[in-house]
Design a protein around this ligand. Sequence first.
Ligand code: TMP
Ligand code: ASP
Length: 234
Amino acid sequence: MERLEKLYEGKAKILYNTSDPDLMVQYFKDDASAFDGKKKGTIVDKGVMNNHMSSRIFQYLEGEGIKTHFVKNINDREMLVKKLDIIPIEVVLRNVAAGSLCKRLGIEQGMILQKPILEFFYKSDPLGDPMINECHVDVFGWATNKEVEILKAEGIRINNLMTKFFEERNIRLVDFKLEFGRHKGEVILGDEISPDGCRLWHLETNEKMDKDRFRFNMGNVEEKYQEVYDLICN
Ligand code: TMP
Ligand code: ASP
């Protein structure tokens, strides 16, 4: 399917219309950003790796009964996806304490959580993606109560499936972010699933293999993305 005019350009991806009003092309850039766009850079070939990793994971999830926007992989940087009316909520699942959880609550990084923690953040760069709860979602009309129930249930199911998927590849799924949207009356998983939006640690060494290497200038960013890519796609 040919891509037509640009519909939206985000920090890491571009969405294009197609001749089918229900479908879009999702193009993956090498641009990397962190801290709500305050830090910017490039991760060489990230777009290619994230496109293929996301395609592989969406296919896996679809095979396990999760509805996603993924239609097919087009080429190294493009994926055909269903057009979504995106719900402005980032659904974060955590299995191990890291990142903003540690900062917010003074929890030690690396603590294995007794049960997964699910959090909602409001998708807004100018506001720095603030944490919200179901009352905010309800009062400000970002999603219906029924949709919130779907976000929570699907978030937990996806966490179980992805934890298993990564563990089989010697990777610990520490935490990750999901985005959902509406398509023909259904709420389905959108965006991407890649080391940009997941914390992935080597199962034995706990070495970081995700965007934290870029966020905190840890070096070997491309090498670690490539390692995850090899474990997922080869
Ligand atoms: P956090 O610890 O910064 O709240 O992030 C938790 C996980 O969600 C981490 O894997 C990164 C991901 N995430 C994003 O990719 N984008 C975002 O805007 C947020 C809030 C989290
Ligand atoms: N992706 C988000 C941003 O660019 C958050 C992050 O990765 O730190 O701001």
